[in-house]
Design a protein around this ligand. Structure first.
Ligand SMILES: [Zn+2]
Length: 433
């Protein structure tokens, strides 16, 4: 129920209709070095083909789906034959191409079976092929996920728009991630967290971003579960009770719309929830407000954050220095950081689930009212700020770009606030052993 991230379907709704490819958009400020994302993240395409369990050949399939009588010329079965032939005709170009060919086989099999509601002696053979194709997809899923990230990285680097590609790489990456085993998936996420930490090895990383990543890496150990969201929304969730050591579950959003920058930005966003929760001594709602704050302090805090978001939005106007896609990603984050009514909504749903007390709920609702229209900044401000820091670094945005200058300043203020709160919380704990 509680997400702390934008739901995937919202992304879909905002997405323009796909076209084959958009023209590059260069405006003089932001031409990028090709391949920089891949270079940074070591996420280069998988060139070595994975050996997978053998799938039946076209001849074997024809044999296994043969009818006693009649010719093999109905269009549904021919489409399965064609899809299988196309799979075997693929050159050894990589797992992503194999993935799409396997997807076509599965679809052709499903179409065939749905045209034969009464069954028939070919159905068993078609079902078997479908099972083999799906099994093969599972075997290559992780390589496909990484390969799709690399492909999206290339597009972002070339100022192309991944949201507008008919191959819908982000959606396929999500499907590939669903086919990974639990341990495989957790290892992938651990790798992403490591990649985020390793950005500190880049001397061009702004000091503000470096400080944030240091802070985030210090709380990684509190995240005890990293998984594909199971029946829930992506986001970070506190799973420990009030009297236990803190533990969090990270439900990872694998719809990698912007490739590696999207994934690392997502990791930074969610770890910021953890770091802020620890610093502010928040309730399980993870409000970005220090425990014990007065309504007047919360009003001032929300106004300050609202104004910072407005300044950021102003520096984005005109879009110079960013591709259409990058601009859209930043605008989404600015919007997400300042939605109205958000804290009350979370407070009510957490209370209904018995995860906060009625007193906590009342406190959060009072703070929501104190923040007015800027309630969302009490839940999602530090998070989107840090997420955008990661985007800009990986996009190699000019550090003198007015948006970047403004963002670094906002990030520093938010960082200092968390640091002061953390010190005060530690001191209070020391005074009351
Ligand atoms: Zn969030």
């Amino acid at each position: 129920m509680h997400t702390h991230e934008t739901p995937a379907q919202d992304h879909d709704r905002q997405r323009p209709a796909p076209v084959a490819r958009t023209a590059d958009r260069h405006d003089g400020r932001g031409p990028r070095t090709p391949g920089s994302l891949q270079g940074t993240l070591g996420n280069t395409a998988v060139t070595r083909m994975i050996t997978v369990s053998r799938m039946m050949t076209e001849d074997e399939f024809k044999q296994s789906s043969k009818r006693i009588t009649g010719k093999r010329n109905t269009s549904e079965i021919s489409k399965v034959d064609e899809a299988l032939r196309a799979f075997y005709a693929l050159p050894d170009t990589g797992e992503v191409a194999r993935w799409y060919a396997l997807r076509d086989i599965v679809r052709a099999c499903e179409d065939y079976v749905s045209h034969k509601p009464e069954g028939g002696n070919r159905v068993a053979g078609v079902e078997r092929l479908k099972g083999e194709a799906e099994g093969t997809q599972s075997e290559i899923a992780e390589a496909v996920f990484r390969g799709l990230l690399t492909e999206v990285d290339r597009m972002v680097t070339a100022n192309e728009d991944p949201d507008m590609d008919v191959r819908a790489q982000a959606g396929e990456a999500q499907k590939a991630s669903q086919k990974m085993s639990g341990p495989e998936f957790t290892a992938l996420v651990d790798g992403l967290i490591r990649d985020l930490g390793e950005l500190r090895g880049d001397e061009r990383l702004p000091a503000e971003t470096r400080a944030v990543i240091d802070e985030l890496m210090a709380v990684v150990g509190l995240v005890t579960v990293k998984q594909y969201p199971r029946g829930g929304m992506p986001g970070m969730k506190l799973t420990s009770a009030a009297d236990q050591d803190p533990a969090f579950t990270f439900n990872v959003d694998t719809q990698a719309r912007g490739g590696s920058s999207f994934m690392l930005g997502h990791v930074a966003h969610e770890l910021t929830h953890v770091a802020a929760h620890q610093a502010f001594g928040s309730s399980p709602v993870m409000e970005l407000v220090r425990a014990g704050a007065t309504d007047a302090q919360v009003t001032a805090l929300a106004e300050e954050r609202r104004d910072a978001l407005a300044r950021l939005r102003r520096t984005l106007e005109g879009g110079a220095g960013f591709s259409d896609f990058q601009q859209r990603m930043l605008e989404e984050k600015l919007g997400y950081g300042g939605e109205s009514g958000k804290l009350k909504k979370y407070a009510d749903s957490f209370a209904a689930a018995g995860k906060i007390t009625p007193e906590q709920q009342a406190q959060l609702i009072a703070w929501d009212a104190a923040a007015g229209q800027a309630s969302g900044t009490l839940v999602e401000y530090d998070t989107v700020i840090n997420q955008m820091l990661v985007y800009l670094h990986l996009w190699e945005t000019d550090q003198n770009h007015p948006f970047y200058v403004e963002l670094r300043a906002a990030a520093q203020v938010a960082f200092d606030r968390r640091s002061q709160a953390r010190a005060a919380t530690a001191q209070a704990a020391g005074n009351n052993p």
